[in-house]
Every structure is written in structure tokens, then in C-alpha cells.
Design a protein around this ligand. Structure first.
Ligand code: OAD
Length: 255
């Protein structure tokens, strides 16, 4: 049985809206994986960008300056992400997907935890740290010969290999952006979970969905001044709040 006593109360009206929803779109950010032990980016104490300089570690210019530094740092982050396990919030989104006629998950996370939890209709806005590509050609790379060189080199062109994640200043996939836009225009409920609304274009998604008539649900630990006509916000950990919300809405759901 879930312990819900310290959570914000769940309005019955929201559960009713969810039960009749035809399409729910969910945007997730680093906060949904925090309870899996993966640091967020902007927590003032433990956030990655509080401790490290993103310009050195997450830009093309940084990689050109010092590819080994970027490779080693990202490889360590990859190891943290591979060791982590999906948490109850990731699993609650799978239960939500199973309960709804249509469901789209847009994630800014590169940690692969939604996939490992079993989410299906999912789009990765910022790539996936478990995949690799050639820095020069921007084409996928699956394997490379054993080498001590860091980063290893692409067998096609000899360029450096990098993790397949989106760095600051890089463009997002047009296919993913088109899918996101479609999902924002057609959803009747939009969730933003564990994101600070700091990074474009995901920062605009709630507003886009709201313009198309969706009700907005925000789950995070921040008190932001985001306002929308039809807004529910829960300042609570996603790993407790989401399972409670799914269970309150669909009591028969396996959460
Ligand atoms: P941030 O670190 O900016 O924000 C994390 C959000 O999660 C904050 O609003 C926290 O309050 C919230 N949070 C933390 N723990 C939580 C929990 N247990 N339950 C619910 N919410 C929680 O992360 P993002 O918004 O994902 O981009 O950052 C966006 C992008 O900035 C990332 O995808 C990354 C980064 O630079 C790239 O790498 C391209």
C-alpha cells in the first residue's frame, strides 16, 4: 500500500479529467530520475552544472578543445546511469500509458530509464547516453576496435567517437520535434515532471499544450511562477506523487 499521508492531496476533478482523457502527453526531466540516484543539473548543491562547467563538458567547442575530458566525464556519467534502476515514477508512467487510449512521453533525459521501465511511445529530445556517434560525420557508431585511445576513433573516417547526446548549441532531431509538436497539439492533459523549464525547446511545451486547450499538471520540487488557465501543481517527489496519482485515477492499475 502506498504511503500518501505527507503528499499533497489529489483533486478528484483531476482524476476525473484523466479518466476521460483521450491523449496524455508527458514531458520529463532530470528530477524524475533523481530518486534513482542520478544527479539533476540545476540543484544548487548536487546538480551537475553546479559542480561542472557545461561549456567544457557539453558543447562542441568544449569537445574540440579537450575530447578526452568530455569522453571521460560522460563515460563516468554513463556508468552512473547504467547502474541506476527505474524508480516508481518511471513505472507509474508505464501504468499510465497502459491505462490510456493514447499516450506520448517526451523526455529530456538521456539515462535510458524510461525504456528500461517499459515505456513504449517515447521520444528522446536530448539523445541517449547508451548510444554513440561519430563527432565528424554525425552518424551512429555501434562498435570500435579495442584501443587505449580516449575517445576511440570512428572506423569509417578516423574522427572521434562521442556519446549520442545533445550538447548546448546543437539542434534537436527534426523528427523528434515534429512528434513533440503533434503530441502537444493533440493532448488533453500535459504533464511536466521533474524539469526546471530552463532549457529550450522543452521549456515552451507546457505553454504550447495549454494554447491547444490541454490542462497542465506539474510535478517538481520547485516553486516556479509558471501560470496557466487550467493548472494543477504538486510540489512533491515524483516517485511518490505519480504512483499515488495513477492509483487514485485507475485503482485497478498495476503501480
Ligand atoms: P534540472 O536539473 O534543470 O531540473 C530538475 C527539476 O527536477 C527541478 O525543477 C527540481 O525541482 C525537480 N526535481 C528534483 N528532484 C525531484 C523529484 N524527486 N521529483 C520531482 N521533481 C524533482 O533538469 P532538467 O529540467 O531536466 O540538457 O534540465 C534540462 C536540460 O538541462 C537537461 O536535459 C540537460 C541540461 O543541461 C542537456 O544535456 C542537453
Amino acid at each position: 500500500m502506498l504511503e500518501t499521508t505527507s503528499l499533497p492531496s489529489i483533486p478528484t476533478a483531476l482524476c476525473e479529467r484523466l479518466r476521460v482523457a483521450r491523449h496524455v502527453t508527458v514531458l520529463t526531466g532530470a528530477g524524475i530520475s533523481a530518486e534513482s540516484g542520478i544527479p539533476t543539473f540545476r540543484d544548487p548543491r548536487t546538480g551537475l552544472w553546479a559542480k561542472y562547467d557545461f561549456a567544457d563538458l557539453a558543447t562542441r567547442a568544449g569537445f574540440k578543445r579537450n575530447p578526452q575530458l568530455v569522453w571521460d566525464w560522460t563515460t563516468e556519467l554513463h556508468a552512473t546511469m547504467v547502474r541506476a534502476e527505474p524508480n516508481p515514477a518511471h513505472r507509474a508512467l508505464v501504468a499510465m500509458e497502459n491505462a490510456l487510449p493514447a499516450f506520448t512521453l517526451l523526455t529530456q533525459n538521456v539515462d535510458n530509464l524510461h525504456q528500461r521501465a517499459g515505456s513504449r511511445n517515447m521520444w528522446e529530445l536530448h539523445g541517449n547516453i547508451t548510444r554513440y556517434k561519430c563527432f565528424e560525420e554525425d552518424l551512429p557508431v555501434d562498435t570500435w576496435p579495442a584501443t587505449d585511445e580516449r575517445p576511440p576513433r570512428c572506423t569509417r573516417c578516423g574522427g572521434h567517437i562521442r556519446h549520442d547526446i545533445v550538447w548546448f548549441g546543437e539542434l534537436l532531431s527534426t523528427t523528434v520535434l515534429a512528434a513533440a509538436e503533434q503530441a502537444l497539439q493533440t493532448c488533453d492533459v500535459f504533464f511536466a515532471i521533474g524539469t526546471s523549464f530552463e532549457v529550450h525547446p522543452a521549456s515552451t511545451f507546457a505553454r504550447r499544450a495549454s494554447q491547444h486547450g490541454a490542462i497542465i499538471v506539474i510535478i517538481s520540487l520547485d516553486i516556479t511562477n509558471y501560470a496557466a488557465p487550467d493548472l494543477y501543481r504538486f510540489n512533491a517527489p515524483a516517485g511518490c506523487m505519480l504512483p499515488a496519482l495513477v492509483q487514485a485515477t485507475w485503482p485497478e492499475a498495476a503501480v
